[in-house]
Design a protein around this ligand. Structure first.
Ligand code: CAA
Length: 262
């Protein structure tokens, strides 16, 4: 598929999706979502990839939300479908077998904050702004914001953001636990790629296992979460990478992970 609304690249084991509608501040329309789904299909098939970085093209925005010019004409049923297609994309990011880093270079509003939250963690520029401004449009978040935001920052802060429709800067987003690290704009990409490549040097089986345990563990009680952890711990031990990592430590050398399944 030829991409017009995203840029999809690979830098060794790191896949990169850039939302690419800078004239509309990378707002999400159905075409962009379709292309992003197609890029995820490609990522799922390419066994050489180990990390996905998502970011926005241009100086100003990560993603300024769903495309309001598209939404304004939707019937209620079409709006529900649009919301569900967006939610499916977020669910795919969350369930992807690779770690996903959101590199938030500017405005991440509405659907932009929602995409960032469906990633595994967020690195942001000092210029980034986050928010769920849908209330200002007479609607509510539709790509999972009312569900992921309270899980990340607590109910009261999520309600405040969704009810006021206000924006917060990167420093405040870090303070409330939405963002992991904040960098000057000129260092954001370099720092994100440094972390992406560090993660890519780890074993694929254990990366998938740790993502799944933390992600799914949030939806079950502690006992079941710990059972899931021990199953995955055993799975890692059965994989060649588990043996390789520990043998390399004992032999005082760097591990050579191959990502082969047990
Ligand atoms: N949809 C469509 N177009 C958008 C857009 C959006 N979400 N955000 C920005 N644009 C367009 C503007 O219409 C403008 O286009 P023109 O040049 O053709 O007029 C262009 O991008 C540049 O934007 P501004 O001129 O507004 O730039 P600014 O610097 O003055 O303001 C901004 C930047 C504060 C981000 C402002 O653009 C803004 O408030 N955007 C809307 C943010 C928003 O409400 N997002 C939520 C969308 S709803 C949603 O996401 C629902 C959901 O969960 C599914």
């Amino acid at each position: 598929m030829a991409y017009e609304n995203i840029v999809f690249e690979k830098d060794g084991p790191v896949a990169i999706i850039k939302f690419n509608r800078p004239k509309a501040l990378n707002a999400i329309n159905p075409e962009l979502l379709e292309e992003a789904h197609d890029a995820l299909d490609n990522i799922e098939e390419d066994r050489s990839l180990k990390v996905l970085v998502i970011t926005g093209e241009g100086e100003k925005a990560f993603v300024a939300g769903a495309d309001i010019a598209h939404m304004v004409n939707l019937s209620p049923l079409e709006a529900r479908d649009f919301s569900r297609t967006g939610q499916e994309f977020m669910a795919r990011l969350e369930a992807l077998h690779l770690p996903v880093i959101a590199c938030v270079n500017g405005y991440a509003l509405g659907g932009g904050t929602e995409i960032a939250m469906a990633s595994d963690f967020i690195y942001a520029s000092e210029k980034a702004k986050f928010g769920q401004p849908e209330i200002n449009l007479g609607v509510i978040p539709g790509f999972g914001g009312t569900q992921r935001l309270p899980r990340l920052v607590g109910k009261a802060r999520a309600k405040e953001l969704c009810m006021t429709g206000g924006m917060i800067g990167a420093a405040e987003a870090k303070e409330i636990g939405l963002v992991n690290k904040v960098f000057p704009p000129e260092r954001l990409w370099e720092e994100t790629m440094k972390t992406a490549k560090n993660i890519a040097s780890k074993g694929k089986v254990s990366l998938k296992a740790v993502k799944e345990c933390i992600e799914r563990g949030g939806n079950v009680d502690l006992t079941d979460g710990c059972l899931m952890e021990s199953d995955n711990f055993g799975l890692c031990m059965a994989s060649p990478d588990g043996k390789e990592g520990m043998t390399a430590f004992l032999e005082k050398r760097e591990p050579r992970f191959k990502g082969e399944l047990p």
